[in-house]
Ligand binder design. Structure first.
Ligand code: GCO
Ligand code: MG
Length: 403
């Protein structure tokens, strides 16, 4: 089997998505998600100009060698743009292998380690009341795990909270990023009260998660973790910016709240120290941004040795192709923890078709050959790319801060 062509499809059904379609001489094609929110065209161009010419005529079954060719072979390693592009190639190759052999991708990765996969979604509201209402709506849909985010008194816009009644979308279209304002003290004063109220209203059985979006110092994260201990979180995510990983040692010394990190990591070297020192409980790297299924399997196996479980990033700003790949990964590995599932705009699902069944808070493994995700290429053409950026964040005195 040979790769004969590859195309990059940039479309915007509800939001921007970049898809790689790899075609073979046997008529089988594979899909990979190459979306990098707010930097979509950088990955699309990298694929078109620098990667596609190198994979033509290769055998798609040689996915391990192709991965190393694209990772080591370029000399310039790592980085979100590079790794997202490599991730899309790798995903598409596994899709082709599954389709060519007539088996779902999880069968090639190790088979079925479970018959269903726990998923969490987001409850978010502009204030406490709206957030509690969202928790109740989500529980009625059958979810067993909910990430709780809420607008903070005194702030107009906060990460994780939809601007209007609709789905949460962090990027805004237009010529330049939006700006938000932040105050950590106000946040730290409000969040424990929010979780106390949620536990009081909805009881102990529900899994609760929270994301600090990299905004705390290590000592602030330790304080938050400690104050949330009575509410037994499933995880506290992205407390500190993870470039300085010693931070996690400080947080760990002070709290038993489980920690999750990794949505912006892109290689095993980003999480190796955190895993081998057991400084985290969940690794949040996802297939698209983590360089594909090939390296993600190695990361899962490393994490397995240390009792650390997975919790792949699954925002609506990655396409259903990434979610499909994460679900095969989660099906096959022993140390699956949970899968993020924000859902998609209905218009997104006019273009993409995800075969995994979702019911009462769980995904069920798809038996479709390959990744079990397809795309209507004609419909995709009706939704052209719209320039969009993720916001930036400033402190009240104007200092540029972490978003
Ligand atoms: C999450 C994330 C997202 C990111 C988004 C950026 O936990 O799902 O933090 O909401 O902010 O994916 O594009
Ligand atoms: Mg997050």
């Amino acid at each position: 089997m040979k790769i004969v062509d590859a195309k990059v499809i940039v479309c915007s059904p509800g939001r921007n998505f970049v898809t790689l379609k790899i075609e073979t001489d046997e008529g089988v094609y594979g899909l990979g998600d190459a979306t990098l929110n707010g930097r979509e065209l950088a990955v699309a161009t990298y694929l078109k100009e620098h990667i596609i010419p190198c994979i033509i005529n290769r055998d798609p079954f040689d996915s391990e060698d192709i991965w190393h060719y694209l990772y080591r072979g370029v000399y310039w390693r790592r980085g979100a743009v590079n790794m997202t592009a490599i991730g899309a190639v790798d995903m598409a190759l596994w899709d082709i292998k599954g389709k060519a052999l007539g088996v779902p991708v999880h069968k090639l990765l190790g088979g079925k380690s479970r018959h269903r996969l726990l998923a969490y979604t987001h409850a978010q509201g502009k204030d406490m009341d709206e957030t509690l209402q969202k928790v109740s709506d989500i529980l009625n849909k059958g979810f067993k795990a909910i990430r709780i985010q809420s607008g903070i008194p005194g702030f107009e816009k906060v990460y994780g909270i939809a601007k209007d009644k609709g789905t949460y979308e962090p990027a805004t279209t237009g010529g330049k990023p939006d700006e938000e304002i932040w105050n950590t003290e106000k946040y730290l004063a409000y969040i424990p009260e929010l979780f106390q109220t949620v536990r009081k209203e909805f009881g102990k059985d529900l899994h609760l998660l929270h994301d600090s979006h990299h905004r705390l110092s290590s000592i602030e994260a330790a304080r938050l973790g400690k104050e949330l201990e009575p509410h037994h979180l499933f995880w506290l995510e992205d407390t500190v910016p993870a470039e300085l990983q010693q931070n996690f040692e400080w947080i760990r010394r002070h709290t038993t709240t489980p920690l999750a990190v990794g949505e912006i990591f892109n290689t095993i070297f980003d999480c190796q120290h955190l895993i081998t020192q057991q400084l985290i409980d969940y690794i949040r790297m996802t297939v698209a941004h983590g360089g594909g299924l090939t390296p993600m399997m190695k990361i899962a196996h490393l994490a397995e040795l240390y009792g650390i479980r997975t919790g792949c990033h699954g925002p609506s700003d990655l396409s259903p192709i990434n979610l499909g790949a994460c679900l095969h990964f989660g099906t096959a590995i022993n140390n699956f923890g949970i899968q993020e599932y924000m859902g998609y705009y209905p218009i997104t699902m006019e273009v993409f078709d995800l075969k995994h069944k979702f019911e009462e808070g769980y995904f069920y493994p798809s038996e479709e050959p390959g990744l079990g995700v397809d795309m209507d290429f004609e419909k995709a053409g009706n939704y052209p790319y719209k320039k969009a950026f993720l916001p930036i964040n400033r402190l009240e005195d104007g200092t540029l801060f972490h978003w």
